[in-house]
Every structure is written in structure tokens, then in C-alpha cells.
Design a protein. Sequence first.
Length: 94
Amino acid sequence: MKDISELFWRASFEEIKQGYKYDCSTEEYVCLICGKSFVQGVVYPQDNNFYEAEKMIKVHITKEHSSMFKYLLEMNRKYTGLTDHQKNTVDLLL
């Protein structure tokens, strides 16, 4: 597995927004938060359903991390520029 921090900081805006990156060399969808990956072409069971890799990474992010927005909101102030009060206000608006 690649260094998850490096993977996160090299991701495009669109990839950060969706919470995962597709790695063409390994044909995997990789979670930018924890690094868990799902291989293209494999079907994964989850809660009595079966999902292809791209859908499974979306289910994983929702189930394990709530949302990418929530993760970004909880990041350190030096990365977001948001005070705790601003973070709480945005969180209440969701």
C-alpha cells in the first residue's frame, strides 16, 4: 500500500471531494482516509448486498467515515483555516 498521506495530498480536488482515488497500475479504488482498497472487477459482499469495487468504496466511506466532508471538517486548523467555532457552525448546518 502507498503512503496514505502522500496519496491524499497528491489527489485532485475531484478525488478529495469523492474520498477515493483510482490507481490504474493496480486497478484499485483506494480510500483517501484510511487506505483501504477495492479491486476493479471484484464483487464485494456488504450487508446482504453485493457491490462492484467503485460502489463498494463509496459504501465504505459512508459506513466507516461518515463522509469526506466530515473528515475534511475535522482536519487540523493549519490545513483548513477554520476555527473551532466555525467548524461547529458548519457542522450544525449539515
